[in-house]
Design a protein around this ligand. Structure first.
Ligand SMILES: Cc1cc2nc3c(=O)[nH]c(=O)nc-3n(C[C@H](O)[C@H](O)[C@H](O)COP(=O)(O)OP(=O)(O)OC[C@H]3O[C@@H](n4cnc5c(N)ncnc54)[C@H](O)[C@@H]3O)c2cc1C
Length: 563
């Protein structure tokens, strides 16, 4: 059985940044990833990464913007840490060779982003994630770190005494299952956007790590807070970066009216994402949209700026909507984009299961609270990838390998064999996924209310029964996507139920969670995190609550949030 000191699951920005800390610490670190590292969703990030690097800016102002953006439920110690570290990690990425866009004087260029009181989003045209990811990948290759590419983790395994023991992994290329032992496992598996039908996320964003961590006893925090991005393309949901509004783009309704002034009189299109998404949804619901969309108008920016700053957006709009933004507005709508919730960790990325760590979108540290600011997620991945990687590396230096249960591999092998041997009737995984994801969009979207959420909550038991009757069309060993989607579907069901239970419990409106029946924020009762636990006996989700971590800064006291 192969073993490593630290096994990192995920080769997006957080996983790769964490791995480099393992290399620095001189431990035996390995990375497992179900897609080639450069196909991780981080590569799709367009708009940029926030840091107070301008002498006229201050990390404390960035921290305040983040606390406010979180609707006063982000953990203040983690927010302070992230914002103070931000200029340092931008400098590091720059030194490593990230080709950031520059001003004429050679400084890293920065653009305005939603909810920020300073133009502090560093970027590389509209390909920021791609250039950051390639920079880290070069370093990782150079370090000689062992990467298990196109290997899908099927199970997180604990020892009999409840310590992380390792993983059961499925090699997508060969169809073989194998085990990896580790003194610690760091989950950097990204978000769960595919719980919903309309999403900007890669099809691989199925929240596997979160589901595995919960099944292993770790709580997931704040799962009801799901970010809708205001500008997903109407048909495909593929993202048009907030940078398009940062560069001066307008939102207009089907009547040609630039409507955001009615919702956010100071910041207009650059209010925070929850505010803009609700404004758009209201326009659509009140009949001022067109075929379920409103429009992003870039025409006044002019050809040169669009080609220079937003080249990828232009191509996506032309290819996927048949619209050249130089000549016509792009049809867009609110689309599921980001998971604020995730594996509950302390500010060093440790989860409350011995030997388990988490970073990036899979984790809830929590720096985003009820609403993430654009440009703060790339920052979160690199800052907490680095911090968690360093912390986990230190941990493994004094930790030992724990017993790997002898039957762990056999159980998973039997599960796969049984799935493949089912007769060709019953439920197809794709159909069940579609039903759940469509229902999530319909009843747990931008606007929520008790009847819809309760109806949705009542459906999960039936979907779990349906899941037991799924069958695979593809029985082959090599690149069996049917099998992978079936395994992932179980994770999506778990996470969907967490989101719905949290949304039903939280009887207030905060950040991305808006309850029509409780339209106000209720700090007295609800300024707290929800924690979702897996209840093995009941085969369902159980909720608990946890206080927000505060730092005693009087400026962070909750107040009305206006933009
Ligand atoms: C279209 C788009 C644009 C965005 N733009 C921005 C932006 O401009 N600025 C910003 O701040 N944020 C942006 N975000 C958010 C940000 O990009 C993500 O939150 C962040 O990149 C997530 O990084 P990560 O390292 O946590 O995970 P990811 O990059 O999602 O990587 C997850 C990794 O986990 C691996 N993995 C998952 N499950 C398994 C498994 N079971 N077995 C093995 N491996 C597994 C995958 O192979 C992958 O390597 C954007 C998001 C999207 C979807």
């Amino acid at each position: 059985m192969k073993s490593h000191d630290l096994i990192i699951v995920g080769a997006g920005l957080s996983g790769m940044r964490a791995a480099l800390e393992g290399v620095k610490a001189g431990i035996d670190v390995a990375v497992v990833t179900k897609v080639h590292p450069l196909r991780s969703h981080s590569c799709a990030a367009q708009g940029g990464i926030n840091a107070a690097i301008n002498p006229n800016d201050d990390w404390r102002v960035h921290a305040y913007d983040t606390v406010k953006g979180s609707d006063f439920i982000g953990d203040e110690d983690a927010i302070d840490l992230m914002c103070e570290e931000a200029p340092i990690i931008i400098h590091e990425m720059d030194q490593m060779g990230t080709p950031f866009s520059r001003n004429d004087n050679g400084d890293i260029a920065q653009r305005p982003f939603g909810g920020a009181s300073f133009d502090r989003t560093c970027y590389a045209a509209d390909r920021t994630g791609q250039v950051l990811l390639h920079t880290l990948w070069e370093r990782l290759v150079h370090s000689g770190t062992h990467v298990y590419e196109e290997c899908h983790v099927f199970k997180l395994v604990l020892s009999a005494d409840g310590h992380v023991a390792g993983l059961v992994v499925y090699d997508i290329k060969t169809g073989e299952l194998f085990t990896l032992r580790g003194k610690a496992v760091l989950l950097a598996t990204g978000g769960y956007g595919r719980v919903f039908l309309s999403s900007t996320n890669a099809t691989t964003n199925t929240g596997d790590g979160m589901a595995y961590a919960m099944r292993a006893g770790a709580p997931l925090a704040d799962m009801e807070f799901v970010q809708f991005h205001p500008t997903g393309l109407r048909t495909s949901g593929i993202l048009v970066t907030e940078g398009a509004r940062g560069e001066g783009g307008y939102l207009i309704n089907a009547e040609g009216e630039r409507f955001m002034g009615r919702y956010a009189p100071k910041k207009w299109e650059l209010a925070s994402r929850d505010v803009v998404s609700r404004a758009e949804q209201t326009e659509i619901l009140e009949g001022r949209g067109e075929n379920g969309a409103i429009f992003l108008d870039l025409r006044h920016l002019g050809r040169d700026k669009i080609i220079d700053r937003l080249p990828q957006i232009r191509i996506l709009a032309m290819d996927l909507e048949g619209v050249d933004p130089i000549d016509a507005p792009i049809p867009v709508r609110p689309t599921v984009h980001y998971s604020m919730g995730g594996i509950r960790t302390d500010k060093y990325g440790a989860a409350p299961v011995p030997g388990l760590f988490a970073a990036g979108e899979a984790a809830c540290v929590s720096v985003h609270g009820a609403n993430r600011l654009g440009g703060n997620s790339l920052l979160d991945t690199i800052v907490f990838g680095k911090i968690t990687g360093a912390h986990a590396s230190k941990y493994v230096k004094t930790a030992r390998l724990h017993d790997f249960p002898a039957d762990a591999l056999g159980e998973v092998e039997e599960r796969v064999r049984e799935l493949k041997s089912r007769p060709d009737r019953g439920v197809r995984p794709a159909a069940l996924h579609h039903e759940m994801a469509e229902s999530m969009n319909a009843w747990c979207g931008v606007y929520r209310e008790v009847n819809g959420i309760a109806t949705l909550a009542g459906k999960f038991a039936g979907w779990r029964q349906d899941y037991e009757r799924i069958h695979l069309d593809d029985k082959s060993p090599i690149f069996n996507v049917d099998l992978l989607r079936a395994i992932e579907l179980r994770n999506l069901l778990d996470l969907g139920e967490c989101i719905v239970k949290g949304a039903l419990a939280r009887e207030e409106s905060r950040g991305a969670h808006f309850r029509i029946d409780f339209p106000n924020r209720d700090d007295a009762n609800w300024r707290k995190h929800t924690l979702a636990f897996w209840d093995e006996a009941g085969q369902t989700i159980r909720l608990d609550f946890e206080a927000v971590r505060t730092v005693g800064n009087p400026e962070y006291a909750p107040k009305e949030r206006t933009y």
